[in-house]
Design a protein around this ligand. Structure first.
Ligand code: ITT
Length: 188
């Protein structure tokens, strides 16, 4: 049975929320949306950005919450755009990224989920290896039309089971195991 916890996803990005909601639904956790633009500190560490983001989100939302910080790391560009993925997508976009890459196309998506409540701050990370396609393929949000997960020939935008294998799925699975255990120990 689906449990109704008081847990919110704080983000400006409704695509991320929709995917997170559907993934957590499959683990029996109900997730609300608190739409908010969160300031991101400049750092090379996604975890540092995520934990700062979560603390700021808690000051506004005042309820148990998760935030997510993602990055696309391209090997031949020494991990660029990485922690700057959101800014780079808004400025040069997928077209700009494709122009920057020549032969070596290996990349990875990283997701960090940070949980925050009055007493606890806990992060869960996951990565998904893949490549950057030569052309944009499929209709999807963000980097979905150019990211081809390992062992697939299609981009994230072309597959219909992204939520069963994505970086987001992997990080949320780790989070769910921890969270459900925490709720059980609290007798909820
Ligand atoms: P927040 O308000 O939650 O911070 P954001 O869109 O700024 O939303 P991030 O900094 O975590 O989110 O993400 C960086 C960017 O990476 C994001 O804007 C997307 O362009 C891209 N991205 C992240 N996950 C993605 C996914 O599953 N598919 C495609 N693009 C993704």
């Amino acid at each position: 049975m689906r449990k109704s916890f008081d847990l919110y996803f704080v983000s400006s990005n409704s695509h991320k929320y929709k995917e997170a909601k559907s993934i957590l639904d499959s683990f029996g956790i109900k997730l609300g949306f608190f739409k908010l633009s969160l300031e991101e500190i400049q750092s090379n560490s996604l975890r540092e950005i995520a934990e700062k983001k979560a603390k700021n989100a808690f000051l506004k939302c005042k309820k148990p919450l998760i935030i997510e910080d993602d990055g696309l790391f391209i090997d031949s560009l020494n991990g660029f755009p990485g922690p700057y993925s959101s800014y780079v997508f808004k400025t040069i976009g997928n077209k700009g990224i494709l122009k920057l890459i020549s032969l070596k196309r290996k990349a990875k998506f990283v997701s960090i989920i940070t949980y925050c409540d009055k007493k606890t701050l806990e992060s869960f990370d996951a990565k998904l290896d893949g490549t950057v396609s030569k052309l944009q393929k499929g209709k999807g949000w963000g980097y979905d039309p150019i990211f081809v997960p390992k062992n697939s020939r299609k981009t994230f935008a072309e597959i219909n089971n992204k939520n069963e294998s994505s970086h987001r799925f992997k990080a949320l699975k780790k989070f769910s195991n921890w969270y459900l255990h925490k709720m059980e120990s609290n007798g909820q």
